[in-house]
Design a protein around this ligand. Structure first.
Ligand code: KQY
Length: 380
């Protein structure tokens, strides 16, 4: 069992690294529930397998799968992908998995946040979530690292850091009464600062229109380099996203990061609205307690929901003319990485995208094969 610490990462000299810092690998959960994923989750499984293969070009990927799906998943995943048995309620490891922190010596520890399926009994997306809530602890134990277990509900997709003391989050999510109603904004900020080792929190009001997570920042606004963020954008004033993005842009222009820098804000145009078709809605089983999928509902499609891996950025595409424009812009932002577009519609139909279904584990002082470059990165 991993030792559970009663101190905080800040006290111990640990911080959450930026996603672009080197990884020892990535974690995913295998999708299977037919009340969230259409057609018995088969199209989603193909999409998840493509995401795993794209990330695996630069770092090892571990997919956690329920016992009943093990043989099937082994068939569908490339042989280099490590498959381990683990129970979960669904497949959003960004949110129910651990957040890893590192210190200057390269030692790694894991934070095991509490999880309530994006709102518990007050608008949460499914019930129960008990197995999801154990995923962080299990991954931390498998990695044999020490564990922090703060008494706060928090999803990994609701926060984004620059690794240098700055975090972005939305009020819509972190201050929502369905997460930590007994905590004030100041108390929530204290947790973030103590557990992620931050100086500055940049609050945006809302996230992407219609995002069922209550506006996770990982679908809306992310750091892409120190002092530089990417923001979902639209030029259509009639789109409800317009005012949300405009308000965020204003706050970002006013903001200073932990190092006192003004932010460079890269606005990336969203695809045209993505609506659930009748056929897609019909393929999802209805189940009490799970958010239903209805024909015509708009999904929170965003190019910002990408994974920054070793040597790669894996981004969603939506069969939209804007796809190639977004890919080109992301290439310019990450000139040293291969930018791989993977069709994101099947993942989006489940309520999130590539970043939401992945969780990076920083390299720290461990050694790792940095795939595709022919280089082995060794501990210093
Ligand atoms: O991070 C996410 N976008 C997770 C969404 C969960 C959706 C469940 N239907």
């Amino acid at each position: 069992m991993s030792k559970t610490l009663t101190t905080t990462p800040r006290e111990d000299g640990y911080r959450m690294p930026a996603e672009w810092e080197p990884h020892v690998g990535a974690w995913m959960l295998w999708p299977e529930r037919s009340d969230n994923w259409r057609n018995g989750a088969l199209p989603a499984q193909r999409a998840f397998a493509k995401v795993a293969e794209a990330i695996n070009r630069g770092e090892p990927v571990t997919v956690c799968v329920s016992p009943g799906q093990y043989v099937l998943a082994r068939e569908k995943l490339a042989s280099e992908i490590r498959l381990v048995e683990m129970s979960s309620n669904d497949s959003w490891i960004r949110d129910c998995g651990p957040t890893f922190v590192v210190n200057d010596a390269g030692e790694v520890r894991g934070i095991d946040w509490q999880f309530n399926a994006w709102g518990g009994l007050l608008g949460g997306l499914y019930f129960p979530w008990d197995q999801d809530d154990l995923v962080g602890e299990k991954v931390i134990e498998m990695e044999r690292v020490e564990r922090y277990a703060p008494d706060i509900i928090l999803e990994g997709g609701s926060i984004d850091v620059d690794g240098e003391g700055t975090l972005i989050a939305t009020e819509e999510c972190l201050l929502n009464s369905n997460r930590n109603p007994e905590k004030t904004k100041e108390e929530i900020e204290r947790y973030l600062k103590d557990y992620l080792n931050l100086e500055t929190i940049i609050w945006l009001e809302k996230g992407v229109y219609g995002d069922e997570t209550d506006g996770h920042t990982d679908n809306f606004c992310r750091f892409v380099a120190p002092g530089k963020v990417i923001l979902t954008w639209t030029e259509d004033r009639d789109d409800p996203q317009y005012d949300i993005s405009e308000a965020a842009f204003e706050r970002l222009q006013e903001a200073r990061d932990a190092k006192g820098r003004a932010l460079e804000v890269h606005r990336i145009r969203q695809p045209d609205p993505v609506l659930i078709t009748a056929e897609e809605a019909a393929g999802v089983d209805r189940f009490p307690g799970t958010l239903p999928r209805r024909k015509g509902d708009r999904l929170a499609a965003s190019y910002v929901n990408f994974y920054i891996g070793n040597g790669v950025v894996v981004m969603p595409s939506f069969d939209d003319p804007q796809d190639v424009v977004a890919q080109d812009e992301i290439r310019q932002i990450f000139p040293d990485r291969e930018v791989i577009a993977v069709p994101g519609r099947e993942i989006l139909l489940g309520g999130g995208n590539i970043h939401c279904i992945t969780q990076q584990e920083p390299l720290g002082r461990r050694s790792a094969q940095i795939r595709g470059s022919g280089v082995t990165q060794l501990a210093s």
